[in-house]
Design a protein around this ligand. Structure first.
Ligand code: SF4
Length: 348
Protein backbone atom coordinates (compact mmCIF):
# COMPACT_ATOMS: atom_id res chain seq x y z
CA UNK A 1 0.00 0.00 0.00
CA UNK A 2 1.31 3.43 -0.95
CA UNK A 3 1.47 6.07 1.81
CA UNK A 4 -1.96 7.51 2.53
CA UNK A 5 -1.03 10.30 4.96
CA UNK A 6 -0.39 13.14 2.50
CA UNK A 7 -3.67 12.98 0.51
CA UNK A 8 -5.60 12.15 3.70
CA UNK A 9 -4.24 15.14 5.64
CA UNK A 10 -4.74 17.50 2.73
CA UNK A 11 -8.36 16.38 2.45
CA UNK A 12 -8.80 16.78 6.22
CA UNK A 13 -7.49 20.36 6.15
CA UNK A 14 -10.14 21.27 3.60
CA UNK A 15 -13.08 19.21 4.84
CA UNK A 16 -12.84 18.90 8.62
CA UNK A 17 -15.95 19.88 10.53
CA UNK A 18 -15.50 22.80 12.90
CA UNK A 19 -16.50 21.19 16.18
CA UNK A 20 -16.16 22.85 19.58
CA UNK A 21 -13.68 20.26 20.88
CA UNK A 22 -11.55 20.85 17.78
CA UNK A 23 -11.52 24.59 18.34
CA UNK A 24 -10.22 24.12 21.89
CA UNK A 25 -8.62 20.66 21.79
CA UNK A 26 -7.55 20.32 25.42
CA UNK A 27 -7.13 16.79 26.75
CA UNK A 28 -10.24 17.25 28.91
CA UNK A 29 -12.34 18.42 25.96
CA UNK A 30 -11.14 15.53 23.78
CA UNK A 31 -11.88 13.07 26.57
CA UNK A 32 -15.42 14.33 27.21
CA UNK A 33 -16.23 14.46 23.49
CA UNK A 34 -14.87 10.98 22.78
CA UNK A 35 -16.87 9.41 25.62
CA UNK A 36 -20.04 11.20 24.49
CA UNK A 37 -19.53 10.27 20.85
CA UNK A 38 -19.37 6.54 21.53
CA UNK A 39 -22.69 5.31 20.09
CA UNK A 40 -24.01 8.87 19.60
CA UNK A 41 -23.97 10.99 16.43
CA UNK A 42 -22.03 14.26 16.54
CA UNK A 43 -25.11 16.44 15.94
CA UNK A 44 -26.99 14.74 18.77
CA UNK A 45 -24.05 14.92 21.20
CA UNK A 46 -23.13 18.60 20.66
CA UNK A 47 -25.81 20.18 22.92
CA UNK A 48 -24.84 17.75 25.69
CA UNK A 49 -21.18 18.51 25.19
CA UNK A 50 -21.69 22.28 25.41
CA UNK A 51 -23.85 22.04 28.52
CA UNK A 52 -21.45 19.61 30.19
CA UNK A 53 -18.34 21.71 29.54
CA UNK A 54 -20.10 24.94 30.58
CA UNK A 55 -21.09 23.44 33.93
CA UNK A 56 -18.05 21.19 34.50
CA UNK A 57 -15.17 22.98 32.78
CA UNK A 58 -12.35 21.02 34.44
CA UNK A 59 -11.62 17.52 35.79
CA UNK A 60 -11.79 19.05 39.30
CA UNK A 61 -15.34 20.31 38.67
CA UNK A 62 -16.32 16.88 37.33
CA UNK A 63 -14.77 15.15 40.35
CA UNK A 64 -16.76 17.38 42.74
CA UNK A 65 -20.11 17.18 40.90
CA UNK A 66 -23.04 15.73 42.80
CA UNK A 67 -23.68 12.27 41.20
CA UNK A 68 -27.39 13.03 40.74
CA UNK A 69 -26.54 16.26 38.94
CA UNK A 70 -24.03 14.38 36.78
CA UNK A 71 -26.70 11.85 35.80
CA UNK A 72 -29.02 14.75 34.96
CA UNK A 73 -26.37 16.32 32.70
CA UNK A 74 -25.95 12.93 30.99
CA UNK A 75 -29.68 12.25 30.69
CA UNK A 76 -30.58 11.42 27.10
CA UNK A 77 -27.12 10.13 26.13
CA UNK A 78 -27.67 6.71 27.73
CA UNK A 79 -24.84 4.47 28.96
CA UNK A 80 -24.81 6.26 32.31
CA UNK A 81 -21.94 4.13 33.60
CA UNK A 82 -19.74 6.13 31.24
CA UNK A 83 -20.47 9.29 33.19
CA UNK A 84 -19.88 7.48 36.49
CA UNK A 85 -16.54 6.17 35.20
CA UNK A 86 -15.55 9.64 34.05
CA UNK A 87 -16.18 10.94 37.53
CA UNK A 88 -14.08 8.14 39.07
CA UNK A 89 -11.30 8.95 36.63
CA UNK A 90 -11.57 12.69 37.38
CA UNK A 91 -11.11 11.97 41.08
CA UNK A 92 -7.97 9.97 40.29
CA UNK A 93 -6.71 12.87 38.16
CA UNK A 94 -7.17 15.21 41.12
CA UNK A 95 -5.44 12.85 43.54
CA UNK A 96 -2.50 11.80 41.36
CA UNK A 97 -2.03 14.21 38.48
CA UNK A 98 -2.81 17.66 39.84
CA UNK A 99 -6.22 17.72 38.17
CA UNK A 100 -4.93 17.29 34.60
CA UNK A 101 -4.94 14.36 32.22
CA UNK A 102 -1.44 12.86 31.98
CA UNK A 103 0.45 13.06 28.67
CA UNK A 104 1.11 9.34 28.83
CA UNK A 105 -0.79 6.66 26.91
CA UNK A 106 -0.40 3.92 29.53
CA UNK A 107 -1.45 6.23 32.38
CA UNK A 108 -4.52 7.32 30.40
CA UNK A 109 -5.35 3.71 29.53
CA UNK A 110 -5.29 2.82 33.24
CA UNK A 111 -8.08 5.30 34.09
CA UNK A 112 -11.65 3.99 34.57
CA UNK A 113 -13.67 3.98 31.35
CA UNK A 114 -10.70 4.76 29.08
CA UNK A 115 -9.89 1.99 26.61
CA UNK A 116 -7.31 1.72 23.83
CA UNK A 117 -9.25 3.95 21.46
CA UNK A 118 -9.99 6.80 23.87
CA UNK A 119 -6.46 6.75 25.31
CA UNK A 120 -5.09 6.88 21.76
CA UNK A 121 -7.37 9.75 20.77
CA UNK A 122 -6.44 11.86 23.82
CA UNK A 123 -2.72 11.04 23.64
CA UNK A 124 -2.40 11.78 19.93
CA UNK A 125 -4.81 14.70 19.48
CA UNK A 126 -4.17 16.60 22.70
CA UNK A 127 -0.52 15.65 23.33
CA UNK A 128 0.81 14.78 19.86
CA UNK A 129 1.98 11.31 20.94
CA UNK A 130 2.47 8.79 18.08
CA UNK A 131 -0.17 6.23 19.11
CA UNK A 132 -3.12 4.91 17.10
CA UNK A 133 -6.81 5.52 17.83
CA UNK A 134 -8.68 2.71 16.14
CA UNK A 135 -12.46 2.67 16.37
CA UNK A 136 -15.12 1.10 14.16
CA UNK A 137 -14.76 3.88 11.57
CA UNK A 138 -11.03 3.29 11.21
CA UNK A 139 -11.44 -0.50 11.04
CA UNK A 140 -13.95 -0.05 8.24
CA UNK A 141 -11.67 2.29 6.29
CA UNK A 142 -8.72 -0.08 6.61
CA UNK A 143 -10.73 -3.19 5.69
CA UNK A 144 -11.71 -1.40 2.47
CA UNK A 145 -8.33 0.21 1.77
CA UNK A 146 -6.59 -3.17 1.96
CA UNK A 147 -9.53 -5.14 0.51
CA UNK A 148 -9.27 -7.35 3.59
CA UNK A 149 -12.26 -9.52 4.43
CA UNK A 150 -11.11 -10.89 7.77
CA UNK A 151 -13.64 -10.61 10.60
CA UNK A 152 -13.07 -7.15 12.16
CA UNK A 153 -14.51 -8.29 15.49
CA UNK A 154 -11.66 -10.82 15.91
CA UNK A 155 -8.83 -9.54 18.14
CA UNK A 156 -6.18 -10.82 15.72
CA UNK A 157 -7.72 -8.79 12.87
CA UNK A 158 -7.89 -5.68 15.02
CA UNK A 159 -4.22 -6.10 15.92
CA UNK A 160 -3.25 -6.54 12.28
CA UNK A 161 -5.27 -3.48 11.21
CA UNK A 162 -3.84 -1.42 14.07
CA UNK A 163 -0.33 -2.30 12.86
CA UNK A 164 -1.25 -0.96 9.44
CA UNK A 165 -2.66 2.24 10.98
CA UNK A 166 0.64 2.71 12.83
CA UNK A 167 2.74 1.89 9.77
CA UNK A 168 0.94 4.65 7.82
CA UNK A 169 1.13 7.23 10.64
CA UNK A 170 3.29 10.31 9.91
CA UNK A 171 5.68 10.79 12.85
CA UNK A 172 5.14 14.55 12.98
CA UNK A 173 1.31 14.64 12.81
CA UNK A 174 -0.21 11.65 14.64
CA UNK A 175 -3.18 13.62 16.00
CA UNK A 176 -4.40 15.09 12.71
CA UNK A 177 -3.80 11.70 11.03
CA UNK A 178 -5.98 9.88 13.57
CA UNK A 179 -8.66 12.56 13.38
CA UNK A 180 -8.55 12.51 9.59
CA UNK A 181 -9.11 8.74 9.51
CA UNK A 182 -12.09 9.07 11.85
CA UNK A 183 -13.46 11.96 9.79
CA UNK A 184 -13.05 10.03 6.55
CA UNK A 185 -15.02 7.16 8.08
CA UNK A 186 -17.71 9.54 9.32
CA UNK A 187 -18.11 11.62 6.14
CA UNK A 188 -16.94 9.59 3.13
CA UNK A 189 -16.16 5.92 3.76
CA UNK A 190 -19.63 5.47 5.22
CA UNK A 191 -20.96 2.31 6.88
CA UNK A 192 -23.74 0.09 5.56
CA UNK A 193 -22.45 -0.42 2.04
CA UNK A 194 -22.40 3.29 1.24
CA UNK A 195 -18.80 4.40 0.64
CA UNK A 196 -18.68 7.65 -1.34
CA UNK A 197 -15.58 6.68 -3.29
CA UNK A 198 -16.10 9.46 -5.84
CA UNK A 199 -15.40 11.99 -3.04
CA UNK A 200 -12.55 10.07 -1.41
CA UNK A 201 -8.96 11.37 -1.38
CA UNK A 202 -7.71 7.77 -1.17
CA UNK A 203 -9.69 6.33 -4.09
CA UNK A 204 -6.62 5.97 -6.32
CA UNK A 205 -4.86 3.95 -3.58
CA UNK A 206 -7.78 1.88 -2.34
CA UNK A 207 -7.68 -1.85 -3.07
CA UNK A 208 -11.34 -2.35 -2.08
CA UNK A 209 -12.42 0.34 -4.52
CA UNK A 210 -10.26 -1.21 -7.27
CA UNK A 211 -11.69 -4.70 -6.71
CA UNK A 212 -15.27 -3.43 -6.50
CA UNK A 213 -15.72 -5.10 -3.11
CA UNK A 214 -15.58 -1.98 -0.90
CA UNK A 215 -19.33 -1.84 -0.32
CA UNK A 216 -19.36 -5.42 1.01
CA UNK A 217 -16.61 -4.68 3.58
CA UNK A 218 -15.91 -4.80 6.45
CA UNK A 219 -16.68 -8.39 7.25
CA UNK A 220 -18.52 -8.40 10.56
CA UNK A 221 -20.33 -11.43 12.02
CA UNK A 222 -24.06 -10.83 12.54
CA UNK A 223 -24.97 -9.68 16.05
CA UNK A 224 -26.84 -12.15 18.24
CA UNK A 225 -30.57 -11.44 18.49
CA UNK A 226 -31.57 -9.24 21.44
CA UNK A 227 -33.90 -10.53 24.13
CA UNK A 228 -37.31 -8.83 24.15
CA UNK A 229 -38.51 -8.07 27.69
CA UNK A 230 -42.07 -6.84 28.43
CA UNK A 231 -42.00 -3.92 30.89
CA UNK A 232 -45.26 -2.53 32.31
CA UNK A 233 -45.18 1.02 33.65
CA UNK A 234 -47.50 2.74 36.15
CA UNK A 235 -47.61 6.52 35.74
CA UNK A 236 -49.15 7.51 39.06
CA UNK A 237 -50.14 11.03 40.07
CA UNK A 238 -51.46 12.49 43.29
CA UNK A 239 -51.85 16.11 44.43
CA UNK A 240 -48.14 15.87 45.37
CA UNK A 241 -46.93 15.18 41.81
CA UNK A 242 -45.79 12.15 39.78
CA UNK A 243 -44.44 9.11 41.61
CA UNK A 244 -40.84 8.24 40.75
CA UNK A 245 -38.94 5.24 42.03
CA UNK A 246 -35.17 5.00 42.19
CA UNK A 247 -33.56 2.13 40.28
CA UNK A 248 -31.06 -0.10 42.11
CA UNK A 249 -27.56 1.29 42.63
CA UNK A 250 -26.06 -1.40 40.38
CA UNK A 251 -27.00 -2.78 36.97
CA UNK A 252 -28.94 -1.33 34.04
CA UNK A 253 -29.66 2.43 34.41
CA UNK A 254 -28.29 2.29 37.95
CA UNK A 255 -29.46 5.01 40.32
CA UNK A 256 -31.80 6.72 37.84
CA UNK A 257 -35.45 7.57 38.51
CA UNK A 258 -38.52 6.22 36.73
CA UNK A 259 -42.23 5.68 37.23
CA UNK A 260 -42.76 2.27 38.92
CA UNK A 261 -42.18 -0.36 36.22
CA UNK A 262 -42.22 -4.13 36.26
CA UNK A 263 -40.46 -6.68 34.07
CA UNK A 264 -42.41 -9.89 33.50
CA UNK A 265 -42.76 -12.58 30.86
CA UNK A 266 -45.87 -10.79 29.54
CA UNK A 267 -47.26 -7.21 29.66
CA UNK A 268 -49.26 -6.87 32.89
CA UNK A 269 -52.96 -6.07 32.60
CA UNK A 270 -54.55 -3.34 34.73
CA UNK A 271 -55.48 -5.76 37.52
CA UNK A 272 -52.00 -7.31 37.71
CA UNK A 273 -50.42 -3.86 37.70
CA UNK A 274 -52.76 -2.63 40.46
CA UNK A 275 -51.68 -5.62 42.57
CA UNK A 276 -48.02 -4.62 42.11
CA UNK A 277 -48.86 -1.03 43.09
CA UNK A 278 -50.71 -2.30 46.15
CA UNK A 279 -47.35 -3.81 47.11
CA UNK A 280 -46.08 -0.22 47.42
CA UNK A 281 -48.98 0.55 49.80
CA UNK A 282 -51.00 2.54 47.26
CA UNK A 283 -54.53 1.95 45.96
CA UNK A 284 -54.75 3.10 42.37
CA UNK A 285 -57.59 4.25 40.14
CA UNK A 286 -56.62 3.77 36.49
CA UNK A 287 -57.53 6.62 34.14
CA UNK A 288 -56.30 5.11 30.86
CA UNK A 289 -53.58 3.19 29.05
CA UNK A 290 -50.18 4.61 28.16
CA UNK A 291 -49.11 4.42 24.51
CA UNK A 292 -46.99 1.40 23.60
CA UNK A 293 -43.26 1.96 23.12
CA UNK A 294 -39.96 0.15 22.64
CA UNK A 295 -36.49 0.92 23.85
CA UNK A 296 -33.43 -0.82 22.47
CA UNK A 297 -30.41 -1.43 24.70
CA UNK A 298 -27.17 -3.12 23.68
CA UNK A 299 -28.36 -6.63 24.57
CA UNK A 300 -32.10 -6.33 25.12
CA UNK A 301 -35.22 -4.60 23.96
CA UNK A 302 -37.84 -3.32 26.37
CA UNK A 303 -41.37 -3.68 25.06
CA UNK A 304 -43.11 -0.96 27.06
CA UNK A 305 -46.76 -0.54 27.90
CA UNK A 306 -48.68 0.59 30.98
CA UNK A 307 -51.37 2.61 32.60
CA UNK A 308 -51.97 6.09 33.95
CA UNK A 309 -53.67 6.35 37.29
CA UNK A 310 -54.31 8.46 40.36
CA UNK A 311 -53.55 7.58 43.96
CA UNK A 312 -54.50 9.24 47.27
CA UNK A 313 -52.53 12.12 48.79
CA UNK A 314 -50.06 10.05 50.86
CA UNK A 315 -46.30 10.24 51.57
CA UNK A 316 -44.17 8.53 48.91
CA UNK A 317 -43.39 4.85 49.59
CA UNK A 318 -39.80 3.90 50.54
CA UNK A 319 -37.38 4.43 47.65
CA UNK A 320 -39.83 6.75 45.88
CA UNK A 321 -40.47 10.49 45.64
CA UNK A 322 -43.26 12.71 44.43
CA UNK A 323 -41.88 14.98 41.71
CA UNK A 324 -43.55 18.19 40.56
CA UNK A 325 -43.15 19.56 37.01
CA UNK A 326 -40.04 21.59 37.87
CA UNK A 327 -38.36 18.64 39.60
CA UNK A 328 -39.18 16.34 36.66
CA UNK A 329 -37.40 18.78 34.41
CA UNK A 330 -34.47 19.85 36.55
CA UNK A 331 -33.81 17.44 39.39
CA UNK A 332 -34.50 13.80 38.65
CA UNK A 333 -32.67 11.89 35.90
CA UNK A 334 -35.23 9.82 34.02
CA UNK A 335 -34.02 7.41 31.32
CA UNK A 336 -35.14 8.16 27.77
CA UNK A 337 -36.92 4.79 27.74
CA UNK A 338 -39.64 6.37 29.91
CA UNK A 339 -40.15 9.56 27.88
CA UNK A 340 -43.14 7.89 26.21
CA UNK A 341 -45.07 8.13 29.52
CA UNK A 342 -45.05 11.90 29.59
CA UNK A 343 -47.43 13.90 27.49
CA UNK A 344 -44.88 16.09 25.74
CA UNK A 345 -42.55 13.08 25.41
CA UNK A 346 -39.89 14.69 27.54
CA UNK A 347 -39.81 14.74 31.31
CA UNK A 348 -36.54 16.71 31.02
FE1 SF4 B 1 -13.57 3.99 1.46
FE2 SF4 B 1 -14.10 4.24 -1.17
FE3 SF4 B 1 -12.26 5.77 -0.01
FE4 SF4 B 1 -11.79 3.20 -0.38
S1 SF4 B 1 -12.09 4.72 -1.97
S2 SF4 B 1 -11.36 4.35 1.48
S3 SF4 B 1 -13.82 2.33 -0.04
S4 SF4 B 1 -14.48 5.75 0.41
Amino acid sequence: MEPIAAPLLQWFEQNRRLLPFRQEPSAYHIWVSEIMLQQTRVAAALPYYRRFIAELPTPAALAACDPDRLRKLWQGLGYYNRAANMQKAARILCERYGGDLPADYEALRALPGIGDYTAGAIASIAFGLPVPAVDGNVLRVFARLYDDDRDIMAPATRRAFTERVVAQMPADRPGPYNEALMELGALVCLPNAEPRCQDCPLAALCAGHASGRAASLPNKPPKPAKTVVPVTVALLTSPRGVLLQRRPAKGLLAGLWQPPAFEADHPLDAGELAARIAGLGLAVQWTGPLPASRHVFTHRIWQLSGWRGTVPDLPAPAGCVWADARELEQTYSIPTAFAFCFEDGTPH
